[in-house]
Design a protein around this ligand. Structure first.
Ligand code: F0G
Length: 352
């Protein structure tokens, strides 16, 4: 592949609603690894579990897939500025792609509730960062209202181009596995991504690239689990700040994906989410952020409840890179040992 042929628009253009004369604003996103999770797969039961490692995208999360399409279209339509509310990853992607397009980015984030790496990204890419003393859901209402009256393009996943970009992850999974997974687990916050995957699998079904679609399982943090509770919630709370969301914007689409696929939503506690994050880091060599580990915590629950039949192929999406949230990672690990800079001292310490 030539470098200019990389990126989800170059690779899947005919499946995206982009005019021929629109040029792609791309950072060569997509084409992320699909890694077999050996520690969770079960040879005897012929259960294979794979992780779609979306943290390998240019800004470290799956948001790049949607942002390349949303920003390309905003640029094509002559927009000079974009706006979003974000728990961190959308703001990082919006800031990076806007910088690449020569556009202004305005990002609204919940005060004190975004991981440090994501804040650094938005700031470094030159976005106008506004912190509100409120949560993501309040930020969403504000940016929806502002984009109605000011000349700025809204690039949250209510922008339909975002979902079209994100659906390409489903295409890649099928193109790599050369089959349809039986189950697909993914973290659910604002509910755009589960809707996008379902759109991708459904489009492959329509064009005959698939004979059936996977069962979709939406994984939420118990403290921010409106789908599990069946109703929006006012004060979501979880250590997985990326999915600290009580009023998902794509509620109806996500609900439909779950129902049409005969899937379900589940909730996992913060402890279970962090245990899954550590499990991946320490047994698979994959460092994902806490919200991403929710999908693996969900797989672990389903395996424990024998909800996954023998012979199944399971994919879980790891939505974001662990380096984005160093504080949460460090807080769950033992402190590095401090010793004097002498061979004997270090020798003693490592034999301890
Ligand atoms: N995982 C990560 C790492 C995320 O950043 C998000 C959403 C999700 C999962 C949930 O995806 O919203 O499509 O259901 N982050 C948004 C943001 C809300 O602002 O970065 P979803």
């Amino acid at each position: 592949m030539r470098p200019t042929d990389a990126g989800v628009i170059a690779r899947y253009r005919e499946r995206l609603p982009i005019p021929h004369n629109a040029s792609a604003v791309s950072l060569n996103e997509g084409n992320t690894p699909l890694v077999r999770l050996n520690s969770l797969s079960d040879d005897q039961r012929e259960i294979e579990i794979f992780a779609k490692v979306e943290g390998a995208n240019p800004t470290g999360s799956f948001k790049d897939r949607g942002m390349t399409v949303a920003i390309s279209m905003a640029a094509h339509e002559g927009s000079e500025a974009v706006i979003c509310a974000s728990t961190g990853n959308t703001s990082a992607a919006a800031a990076a792609y806007a910088a690449r397009a020569g556009m202004k980015a305005i990002v609204i984030i919940p005060d004190g509730q975004i991981a440090l790496g994501k804040l650094a990204q938005a700031m470094m890419h030159g976005a106008r960062v506004i912190q509100i003393a409120g949560n993501f859901d309040q930020g969403m209402e504000i940016v929806k209202a502002i984009s109605q009256k000011a000349p700025v393009t809204l690039v949250n996943s209510v922008n339909p181009f975002r979902l079209h970009g994100q659906k390409t992850a489903a295409f890649e999974i099928v193109d790599t596995l050369l089959r349809c997974p039986d189950y697909h687990f993914l973290p659910v916050g604002n509910a755009g991504n589960i809707s996008a995957y379902w759109m991708g699998y459904s489009e492959y079904l329509e064009t005959g690239d698939l004979a059936r679609r996977p069962v979709m399982v939406g994984c939420q943090a118990s403290g921010a689990a409106p789908f599990v509770q069946g109703t929006p919630i006012e004060r979501p709370d979880t250590i997985a700040t990326a999915i600290r969301i009580g009023k998902p914007q794509s509620w109806a689409l996500a609900q439909a994906a779950c129902e049409e696929s005969a899937g379900w939503f589940l909730g996992r506690s913060d402890e279970e989410i962090l245990a899954a994050q550590r499990h991946l880091a320490q047994n698979e060599g994959i460092f994902c952020e806490p919200a991403s580990a929710t999908s693996v915590a969900g797989v672990m629950l389903a395996l424990g409840e024998s909800a996954i039949p023998n012979g199944s192929c399971v994919v879980c999406t790891l939505t974001g890179q662990g380096l984005k949230d160093p504080d949460t990672a460090i807080s769950q690990c033992p402190e590095p040992q401090r010793v004097s800079p002498q061979i004997d001292a270090v020798h003693d310490a490592i034999l301890d």
